[in-house]
Design a protein around this ligand. Structure first.
Ligand code: IPM
Ligand code: MN
Length: 365
């Protein structure tokens, strides 16, 4: 049966890495006898330039009629340099999350043993770390009331959570813990914030329905420290939108590089799969971006949206074998990596595709 996967390459390196994620999906289709269709939509800076809107209705309609979405990144330096611009690429991503009800953002922090040396954290601290973050994605300060007053001299963004928003992500986190190491760490700032006290109360209530799962609470400031001090202590981590955004960038260092971190956003409807990294305009067009986060996001899609565990595992295994053969992109290379083993984006995609097809890896750069 044909599955419709919407492609949203977006801006910057989004386009370069999504092309490789798509190739890997095409190879999976070939090897396992599936069939995919890849209609493409526009979002972000590209969409603003063409339509004045960061997420045009046409794109939203396409997404609603798809079975999964592979997204790249949005952003452009023009907007970072001018905070007064009213229409911004990031609005497209936020609107997409909200409109599609994608309230749970899964960010697995998995360290491939081959990359132990790529992180700035000591290998003995890192070895064996395996964390699954659940970042709440459609609430918090991101979507609370915002505005300016006092002739623009004052600005505010309200941090707000409703019980039902905490409940539904809590259930997802506890259920995931049951299939892992039976432990949930909830992160908040309940010593200061009212919305965090609501968060903590609801997590505790939901936790009672999972008496077999150990629940602990951490304040976000302490968590920022413990995450890199003792990453192996954590199994499932559940937290709000803003804290989750910040902590998962930090946690990417456990996996060696932002270029390795995939994510899945799920909720009421279609699933969205994307690298956690941004559009990285500093390296756009150079062809050196690491496509593995997009490729691993495609693996999450196969598992979560389509329920194809074997196919997902084949992709992860192919990535592992490519790394075990010594191939790296620049962001995950270290001082011992021979120059000829540092691949560009396309060549890294070639390697993973060849591995999936079980062909010997021949790199032509
Ligand atoms: C992410 C990004 C986004 C976020 C931006 C681009 C709006 O940083 O997906 O982590 O803050 O959620
Ligand atoms: Mn982020």
């Amino acid at each position: 049966m044909k599955k419709v996967i919407a492609l949203l390459p977006g801006d910057g390196i989004g386009r370069e890495v999504t092309a490789q994620g798509k190739r890997v999906l095409e190879e999976v289709a070939k090897v396992f006898g599936h069939s995919f269709e890849f209609p493409e939509g526009i979002i972000g800076h590209e969409a603003i330039e063409k339509t004045g809107n960061a997420l045009p209705d046409e794109t939203l309609t396409l997404l609603r009629s798809s079975e999964a979405i592979l997204f790249g990144a949005v952003g452009h330096p023009k907007y970072d340099n001018d905070p007064s611009l009213p229409v911004r690429p990031e609005q497209g991503l936020l609107k997409m999350r909200k409109e599609l009800g994608l309230y749970a953002n899964l960010r697995p922090i998995r360290l491939f043993d081959e990359l132990l040396g790529a992180s700035s954290i000591k290998p003995e601290i890192l070895r064996g770390a395996d964390i699954l973050f659940f970042r709440e994605l459609t609430g918090d300060v991101y979507f609370g009331e915002k505005g300016k007053k006092n002739e623009g001299k004052t600005a505010y963004d309200v941090m707000i959570y409703h019980e039902y928003e905490v409940e539904r992500i809590a259930h997802k986190a506890f259920q995931a813990a049951r299939a892992r190491k039976m432990k949930v760490t909830s992160v908040d700032k309940a010593n200061v914030l009212e919305s965090s006290r609501l968060w903590r109360r609801v997590i505790q209530e939901v936790g009672k329905q999972y008496p077999d799962v150990t629940l602990e609470h951490e304040f976000v400031d302490a968590m920022a420290m413990k995450l890199i001090q003792q990453p192996r202590r954590f199994d499932v981590v559940v937290t709000g939108n803003l804290f989750g955004d910040i902590l998962t960038d930090e946690a990417s260092q456990i996996a060696g590089s932002m270029g390795m971190l995939a994510s899945a956003s799920v909720g009421d409807t279609v699933g969205l799969y994307e690298p956690i990294h941004g559009s990285a305009h500093d390296i756009t067009g150079k062809g050196i971006a690491n496509p593995l986060a997009s490729i691993l996001s495609a693996a999450l899609m196969l598992e979560i949206s389509f329920g194809w565990k074997e196919e997902a595992e084949a992709v992860v295994k192919a990535v592992k074998q490519v790394l075990a053969s010594g191939y790296r992109t620049a962001d995950i290379a270290d001082s011992d990596t021979p120059k000829e083993m540092i691949l560009n984006t396309q060549a890294m995609g070639d390697c993973v595709v060849a591995q999936l097809a079980r062909k010997p890896i021949a790199v032509i750069q």
